[in-house]
Design a binder for this molecule. Structure first.
Ligand code: DWN
Ligand code: ZN
Length: 390
């Protein structure tokens, strides 16, 4: 897979970078396949811009290879489907007049847009994954198969007019030319419109030692400081910041042209105080202790499997050196992933049905952000999550 080294910060253009965590050569986290050991590995190194504070990885993989055939479905979690339905209900009632247009960037399988029940609201999805967009279209969500940018914003305006609400959840961090996306948002948004987006919050990643959320799809790990700087370049200001308890700690931001800008000082102070040396040592603690736990289980002839084949699970298994000898297989509810194998470590991905009635001494939940939803499906089982090995 082709990749380039980051030479300047995508938010401020600076080139004064400090390394934060080097995860070594890793396969793309969503490259599930039948030939898991043939997947090319790329450098995966987290660094931070000394000028604007943006945390980012040091190499950009070819996004058409990463996203043109995708395997993650928003609908794979009922809790997340409900979460995005609540976002859409709140944002449309706050920002969308009668007959207004809502555009979602990174609309995936259309789950969020489909949750809008107001019949007057016009909806449009934008997503680069042909296979996932087909799922959205089958459920009646008009979807443009492309990477959103300033040019596509112009095309949307010609066809649909401007949007009163633009939504982007877990998308901005995936985009190298993110400034072009915000320029497109500025173009597409009506004068009084709102841009509502969610991104994992970098301080939560550091505090909760979520190193497994570092992978090649995630180019930027946003703090409020860099976000505000990125938005202000395009005449947008943060008017609301709402922490969300999903995906390991996320922030829901509302950006408008003329809303009352919120006070960012407490957020920026917290970002300045991030404990990076503690993050690196805790990450290596999990790496060592989780591996040792699985070695002990294997030595005692105990049976264990993984639950969930999330992108973060690929990082966890590869970074901790956990092969099939220590974790024989994983189960996952996503049909697109079943029968394929985890890139780099080779675990076969089976349907959760495969463990019905199967005696297991432990289940390692790799999709730890869904631990509650998963545990409820397997009552009486003994679960572990990576964070408990810190
Ligand atoms: O940014 C991204 C985040 C938001 O979502 C994308 N890069 C891709 C994706 O990352 P992920 O794959 O780490 O996301 P999840 O939501 O943690 O993946 C959960 C996985 O677990 C899915 O493959 C579905 C599976 N699952 C399951 O098998 N049974 C999930 C639930 C809730 C279940 O009950
Ligand atoms: Zn910068």
């Amino acid at each position: 897979m082709k990749y380039t080294e980051v030479e300047s910060c995508r938010v401020c253009g600076g080139n004064d970078f400090s390394d934060r965590l080097d995860l070594g050569e890793q396969p793309p986290a969503n490259a599930f396949s039948m030939t898991p050991f043939e997947i090319p590995k790329l450098p995966l190194r987290l660094m931070q811009c000394g000028d604007c504070g943006l945390v980012q990885i040091g190499h950009v993989a070819d996004c058409s290879e990463l996203f043109s055939r995708y395997s993650f479905l928003t609908s794979s979690s009922s809790r997340m489907a409900a979460h995005f339905a609540s976002l859409m209900q709140q944002a449309t009632s706050r920002h969308v007049p009668y007959g207004g247009l809502v555009v979602e960037i990174g609309s995936n399988d259309g789950t969020a847009l489909a949750s809008i029940t107001r019949r007057d609201v016009r909806k449009l999805g934008v997503d680069p994954a042909q296979n996932i967009a087909a799922v959205a279209r089958e459920r009646g969500i008009e979807t443009r198969v492309e990477f959103f940018c300033e040019e596509s914003a112009g095309a949307i305006i010609r066809e649909h007019g401007q949007a009163s609400l633009i939504v982007a959840c877990n998308v901005l961090g995936h985009i190298h030319e993110v400034s072009s996306v915000i320029a497109g948002v500025d173009l597409l948004l009506t004068p009084g419109g709102a841009f509502v987006f969610e991104v994992p919050y970098v301080c939560e990643m550091v505090t909760n030692t979520e190193f497994d959320t570092i992978y090649h799809e995630h180019l930027s790990y946003f703090g409020i400081g860099p976000l505000a700087r990125l938005l202000e370049k395009h005449g947008l200001r943060l008017s609301k910041i709402e922490p969300q308890d999903v995906h390991g700690g996320t922030i829901r931001c509302t950006a408008t042209r003329n809303g009352n800008a919120c006070d960012l000082s407490t957020w920026i102070q917290r970002e300045r105080e991030m404990d990076w040396s503690g993050f690196a040592s805790r990450s290596n603690g999990i790496r060592h202790n989780l591996h040792e736990w699985l070695v002990d289980l294997a030595d005692e002839g105990m049976t264990v499997c993984g639950y969930g084949a999330p992108a973060k699970g690929t990082v966890m298994l590869n970074y901790c050196g956990i092969g099939e000898d220590l974790l024989p297989f994983v189960v996952d509810s996503t049909p697109l992933k079943q029968s394929s194998r985890v890139p780099g470590t080779g675990q076969l991905i089976l349907s959760p049905d495969a463990i019905t009635g199967m005696p297991l001494d432990a289940i390692l939940i790799l999709a730890w952000n869904h631990a509650g939803e998963i545990a409820a499906k397997e009552p009486g089982r003994s679960f572990a999550t990576p964070q408990q090995f810190e």
